[in-house]
Design a protein around this ligand. Structure first.
Ligand code: NIG
Ligand code: FE
Length: 419
């Protein structure tokens, strides 16, 4: 410990239960989630976790911490997990769609609203008409709530601008959110995704090929430095398989990593396309066939489930058990958006996955943390509490992690902690 003491930047002590989905076992921990009681974490001067062990071993270090300028956080005996990694959101938008939510309750489907030029296009209109300041204020307020619910990494997509100027504006807002005014200990990691192929905007309704040209020839090259991922909504009501392939192939050439909204409302072929192009993840998967799932597994595509959509659209929940039995890496995300999942709460997604998708608590926590980071190709940096990784934690107001999913409908997070 001697040398580590000198190099420590921060310590989290008095952790009642450290629950980490570690890829390598932690000494002294037990169970599928590597649960360690009365634990502490040490963070080195580079901001990486350098030691995990019993809290009492660190007490001597705490005593001399003041002169060493080490930040010491007392977790007061609470549960600590990795912060959630929410790998799929659309949180930059204006307006709301409560009217459509209630119309759907009267029997009009989400697909029908899209065909009527509503749905995504309702939000596109509100977003285009909002000032940059308004959009940015809305996104910041949402991010504060994301943080308050325990998420430390969030992917955010564009897709409600749907022209060069408005997509650019949304992408800049996403990137500027990184300079958050929050305390550095609550700094969320943000992953920007370009989703110009979310819907064909009305001015291109009768010449959709020209919109695909615009995405491929102008938007993709313009945004290659601002966005890490390119995503496509591959669906009957959105972009065909061929259109999606063309967009994603060009994106890959330009250095984007790939994601696909796949097989959500119909068997669109999106998950096969994700496998064919080596996408990092395919998301939704309500209509994915066994052959689709096999292809994804062979190509190492992460399967991302979005239970908030099934909840909101009142459609059958895809079975996580089926995906797990296919040998897939399954991630859970909120899909935070005003149409199909108006929720920033990953605890809610965990609860739904456990009650309606056949996941155990251990599988759901894995899906919401380390597998979320795999869905963003960030597994070497975040998503678990392990030596060498960034220290991005969720501190819970509970003493036993088995309360997660059991005590539902309330926010059990005390705070996030980024050191
Ligand atoms: O992931 N399906 C496409 N995109 C979103 C919905 C966006 C919206 O309805 O505004 C989704 O479900
Ligand atoms: Fe989505």
């Amino acid at each position: 410990m001697e040398q580590q003491q000198l190099q420590a930047r921060a310590i989290v002590r008095n952790i009642g239960q450290l629950v980490s989905v570690a890829q390598a076992p932690i000494a002294g921990a037990s169970g599928p989630l590597q649960v360690l009681n009365d634990a502490a974490i040490m963070v080195d001067t580079e901001g990486k976790i350098s030691w995990i062990g019993p809290s009492q071993e660190i007490d001597e270090l705490v005593a001399c911490s003041e002169q060493e300028h080490i930040t010491v956080v007392d977790a007061n005996g609470c549960v600590v997990t990795p912060g959630f990694v929410d790998s799929h959101t659309h949180l930059v938008f204006a307006g709301d769609r409560s009217e459509e939510f209630h119309l759907r309750r009267e029997g009009i489907s989400y697909g029908e609203l899209l065909r009527q030029g509503r749905g995504i296009l309702t939000t596109m209109n509100a977003t285009r008409n909002a000032s940059t300041e308004m959009l940015s204020d809305l996104a910041r307020a949402r991010l504060a709530s994301v943080r308050a619910h325990g998420t430390t990494t969030v992917e955010i997509k564009t897709g409600y601008g749907l022209n060069l100027e408005a997509e650019e504006r949304c992408l800049s807002i996403i990137n500027d959110l990184n300079d958050s005014s929050s305390s550095p200990h609550e700094h969320i990691r943000i992953v920007p995704t370009f989703l110009g192929a979310h819907s064909v905007p009305p001015e291109y309704r009768n010449r959709r090929a020209a919109y695909v040209d615009l995405v491929v020839e102008e938007m993709l090259p313009a945004f290659a430095r601002q966005a890490r991922f390119c995503d496509v909504y591959c669906e009957r009501e959105a972009f065909s398989l061929d259109e999606s392939r063309r967009i994603l192939t060009r994106a890959r050439e330009l250095g984007y990593q790939l994601k696909v909204h796949a097989d959500q409302l119909s068997p669109s072929g999106g998950s096969q396309l994700a496998a064919e192009l080596g996408a990092v993840s395919a998301d939704h998967l309500d209509y994915a066939s066994d052959a689709d799932l096999d292809a994804m597994r062979e190509s190492g595509v992460v399967a991302t489930l979005l239970p908030g959509c099934s909840y909101t659209l009142r459609s059958p929940y895809p079975s996580a058990r089926r995906l797990l039995d296919h040998g897939l890496t399954v991630a859970l995300a909120t899909d935070y958006n005003p149409g199909t999942s108006y929720s920033e709460n990953m605890q809610m997604m965990l609860g739904l996955a456990m009650s309606a998708m056949g996941m155990s608590l251990e599988e759901a926590l894995t899906a919401a943390t380390i597998n979320g980071s795999r869905a963003l190709a960030l597994q070497d940096q975040t998503g678990s509490i392990e030596i060498g990784k960034c220290c991005e934690l969720a501190l819970w107001s509970i003493r036993d992690y088995h309360e997660i999913g059991y005590h539902f409908g309330t926010n059990l997070i005390q705070s996030i902690l980024v050191l």
